[in-house]
Design a protein. Sequence first.
Length: 391
Amino acid sequence: MRIRRIGWGLLAAAGFLAALGTQGAAGQDQLAEVYNLRYFTHANFTRIVVDIGSLREYASAETRNPGRIVVDILQARINPIVREEAIPDRCDYINMIRIVPKSDATVRVTADVDFARVKRYQVYALFDPFRIVIDIYPQERAPSAPAGKKPQPARDGYSMARQLALGIKAIVIDPGHGGTDPGCLDASGLLEKDLALDISLRLRELLRANTKFDVIMTRETDIFVPLENRTVVANQRKADLFLSVHINAFRDKRRQGIETFYLNFSADPRVNETAARENATTTKTIGEMDKIIRKIVQNSKIIESRDLAQKIQGNLVRTLGRQYPDVKDLGTKGGPFWTLIGCEMPSVLVEVSHISNPLEAQRLRSDVYRQQIARGIYEGLLAYVQSLGKG
Ligand SMILES: [Zn+2]
């Protein structure tokens, strides 16, 4: 039996959701109720929808012999009105759909499929109300755009949203780490989580004072937020941009400078070293993530994310350079950053300096430096929005 984890979980931490003002957070000891299992066979795919109502962690896997797509929903039970089995008609690549209690607190949904006739499938979550969707595409049909999903990348790689120059309304600022996860640190007690939060709050102030953007923070205090949830917040709030703020660290203390990342796979060991450190709170390995990323980048906003990264990197280096002419520009790069996976909008991760470099660590202690970093990111965001043709 081959099991592959392809879903990313959602952890409903009540405190975290409350801090973000999200409604409907269930207590952790409370079971969500699966109240409906629906499916529709369209001309070129079948969609199975599991209605749950409250945010729940889930994991998907597949077996080949017999062919099964399995989704386990944690902290959930089945309402007795839900039918246990269904045999979809008009669909010769799915033999049966089943929903059963896997344990007292886990619900298992299984689709028995004929993988020889399945081209691909995807498992993802939708919100308001929370539901898990399994889309299965049959082999024999020509590939075409899945219905009811976000705009597909146009021929030149830019999304429809960009081509139509739709305005940017909501920006998510994601201060890296927090709570039990300090991020990187130095011997003097400087913590990445504190610096990232401080810079993020300064950035929020600049945006609030000078723009009409709706600014959403993934955290505004020193709390732990699972990496996966940060994207969920951005998607749930239908944000237009996602920006994660981090401080870098390297064993080589001479390394200094600023770099901005967007989601992609990378062959650069230094990029993967940074990504591995930033991904430390997930259980995924870089190898596992590489596979996931290869799947995801085809449909993600990769070109827009790269543009956003370039605007932020350029403006941040230029702004800091006025006061700190020796600032080092390490450029923009693709990298396998878990916190960017699943973002449905252009998203970047900025490493604003190195805590491991004595000069930059000393500067990071200064309010003026952190304010200039916030200012530089702010200028970069504005430059990106203006490049869309609207601001
Ligand atoms: Zn970090």
